[in-house]
Write a protein that binds this ligand. Structure first.
Ligand code: AMP
Length: 270
């Protein structure tokens, strides 16, 4: 199963992705986590991304696309993945489509978690409090100023993906304001339906293939029958001449003169 979780920062994508990972045994591919790891390790990508992330701005498309392209090649992503935080722009979505098409793969669904923007600040504040309580390092962009920019970037650059996935029939939306368990339940139902639809589509594809094969076989049989039939006809047409040759070996076909002679002879007899 290949899924995208869509929604603004703090909508619950990370929490739901983790649950889906446990449930379906497929990895959560969070571009945010990958970039944070790159920043921590001070890789060239991390050096490029660090400042942008801290300010709540998006990292350039080519950088993120390259990271995702490499990640989905890993063996653990062979049977599916949950993309959390990617794509975030229409060019990223187009790049993902190309990447998957090259591998003969496709997405099963893009699930949008719909939330009121007003709640995002409260949710991020709760995340910060939880992280502090656990003694985790607080994210550089989990502060009111950066959050404002992240929400702005979502509205401007990511929200158009709702139309993008609605247009290609993959969008499924659910109420992200509900409790974590309720949202998980809604996602389960969405995925159940998506799996049924994809099973039905694959059955349809199979039966279409079978009927094409059957049609070809019928056409082949008919062509063969036509061929045999015309041979048989040709044989039937030839038969009288052959039969005549068998019937009168050495006897020539009567000429007009001999025919006249025979008629006269018969007349005399009669
Ligand atoms: P997240 O953990 O998904 O909230 O992402 C944290 C930050 O990482 C974002 O605010 C961006 O700066 C950067 N980032 C993550 N994913 C992407 C992406 N797909 N495109 C551009 N920037 C991204």
């Amino acid at each position: 199963m290949r899924l995208i979780l869509l929604g603004p920062p703090g909508c619950g994508k990370g929490t739901q992705s983790q649950r889906l990972t446990e449930k379906y045994g497929i990895p959560q591919l969070s571009t945010g986590d990958m970039l944070r790891a790159a920043v921590k390790a001070q890789t060239p990508v991390g050096q490029k991304a660090g400042g942008l992330m801290a300010r709540g701005e998006l990292v350039p498309d080519d950088v993120v696309v390259a990271i995702v392209a490499e990640r989905i090649e890993q063996p653990d992503a062979k049977n599916g993945f949950i993309l959390d935080g990617f794509p975030r722009t229409v060019p990223q979505a187009e790049a993902l489509d190309r990447m998957l098409a090259d591998k003969g793969m496709k997405l099963d669904a893009a699930i949008e978690l719909k939330v009121d923007e007003g709640i995002l600040h409260q949710r991020i504040a709760k995340r910060v409090a939880d992280m502090q309580a656990r003694g985790d390092t607080i994210r550089a962009d989990d502060n009111p100023e950066a959050l404002e920019k992240r929400v702005h970037a979502y509205r401007l650059q990511t929200a158009p993906l709702v139309s993008y996935y609605s247009n290609n029939g993959l969008l499924r939306s659910t109420d992200g304001m509900a409790s974590i368990d309720e949202v998980s339940g809604a996602i389960d139902r969405i995925l159940g339906k998506a799996r049924q639809a994809s099973a039905a589509a694959s059955r349809q594809r199979k039966s279409a293939k079978v009927s094409v094969r059957a049609r070809k076989a019928r056409a082949g049989k008919a062509a063969k029958a036509r061929k045999t039939g015309s041979k048989a006809k040709a044989a039937t047409r030839k038969r009288p001449a052959k039969a005549a040759a068998r019937r009168a070996p050495g006897r020539r076909k009567a000429t007009a003169k001999t025919r006249r002679k025979r008629i006269n002879k018969a007349g005399r007899r009669g």
